[in-house]
Design a protein around this ligand. Structure first.
Ligand code: URA
Length: 214
């Protein structure tokens, strides 16, 4: 939708991603379909976000002969889910890269101080040595994503990417201000945020739609 984004924002505009996203946006799409579509889109987004994983060659033996073939050069990436909606993206990512490590970060916003408060944090001890892909379906105000990445950087993560399904221009700007070094991958940059912090036109509350809560 809105294509004027910083250079390190990639909009994954593959037709399958876009038509599945349209289905997810429909208000009549029920939770089970929403979850399935999110998982399917996540596979396609994971494909894009891992496109530049470094390879090396190793000798293996096929039934015919020994020869050199590509394998991952480094340790498998680490996926970090921002709770709770991030877990909806994680499912598809894990299907594609089952040996990836996984961490979870839980943050809520204190209504008085407006600071992000951490209520859960569990990540692999070696995130400094892995590519770290942080996932959350919605980049809305950007505050949670900025705080999560800050926390991970404090723990030594330096090779980071952020993957979401939808972003608001306001969220992209806030994220870029906080972490200009972290590339963002998204299926769409929508029009704006509304006064309640929802992405417009968006798809509503991603967590509620994944888990059927309200
Ligand atoms: N979080 C959501 O789930 N939806 C929005 O539109 C914004 C933030």
């Amino acid at each position: 939708m809105n294509k004027s984004v910083p250079a390190n924002v990639t909009i994954v505009d593959h037709p399958l991603v876009q038509v599945k996203l349209t289905q997810m946006r429909r208000k009549e799409t029920i939770s089970s379909d929403f979850r399935r579509l999110l998982k399917e889109i996540s596979l396609l987004l994971a494909y894009e976000v891992t496109r530049d994983l470094a390879l090396t060659e190793r000798e293996i033996e096929t039934p015919i002969e020994r020869a050199m073939f590509p394998v991952l050069r480094d340790r498998e990436p680490c996926f970090i889910s921002i709770l709770r909606a991030g877990n909806g993206i994680l499912d598809g990512m894990m299907d594609l890269l089952p040996s990836a490590r996984v961490g979870h970060v839980g943050l809520y916003r204190d209504h008085e101080t407006l600071e992000a408060v951490e209520y859960y944090y569990k990540v692999p001890s070696d995130i400094a040595d892995r590519e770290v892909i942080v996932v959350d379906p919605m980049l809305a105000t950007g505050h949670t994503a900025v705080a999560a990445i800050e926390r991970l950087k404090k723990d030594g993560a330096k090779n980071l990417k952020f993957l979401c399904l939808l972003a608001a221009p306001e969220g992209i700007a806030e994220f870029h201000k906080g972490h200009p070094d972290v590339p963002v991958f998204t299926a769409s940059v929508d029009k704006k945020l509304n006064e309640h912090g929802y992405i417009v036109p968006g798809l509503g509350d991603a967590g509620d739609r994944i888990y059927g809560t309200k």
